[in-house]
Each structure stands twice: as structure tokens, then as C-alpha cells.
Design a protein. Structure first.
Ligand SMILES: [Zn+2]
Length: 74
């Protein structure tokens, strides 16, 4: 038997796509055209557009492994 609460939680949790633009990693949500989060992996600077408090977006924290992978490619 499925639990409906879980389904509601999933609706407020959006997985984001990450794209690298030079020093910036840009997270975009396929469900929110206005949402964009940029993280500069050199300076750790973060810039967010179109964020809503009701929705949790994946990619709000850049994992250390990801940073290591990015720095290793340069
Ligand atoms: Zn979203």
C-alpha cells in the first residue's frame, strides 16, 4: 500500500540539472523555468534566481566529490 504523503513530498522536491560554465556550475530545474542557481567553485560564490521556499531543489549544495572532480579536470 502506497503512502500518499510521500507522493506530496516528491512534488516539492525537484531534481536539477547541472551545467558547467567555466568557473561556474549552473543548476537548472526542468520544472521551474525561472529557477537558476549558480555556484562558483573557485570562490564558493552563490547566485540564485527564481527560488521559491516551498520547493526543495537538488543541487543546492555542491558535494566535495564534485568539487574535486571539477578541479581535477583543469
Ligand atoms: Zn523546481
Amino acid at each position: 500500500m502506497e503512502i500518499s504523503i510521500q507522493k506530496n513530498a516528491d512534488q516539492n522536491h525537484h531534481p536539477c540539472n547541472s551545467i558547467r560554465h567555466g568557473d561556474w556550475v549552473v543548476f537548472k530545474c526542468p520544472l521551474c523555468p525561472d529557477y537558476e542557481r549558480r555556484i562558483n567553485w573557485r570562490t564558493k560564490e552563490v547566485s540564485v534566481k527564481g527560488s521559491t521556499p516551498e520547493i526543495l531543489h537538488n543541487g543546492e549544495h555542491l558535494p566535495d566529490e564534485y568539487l574535486h572532480a571539477l578541479t581535477a579536470t583543469n
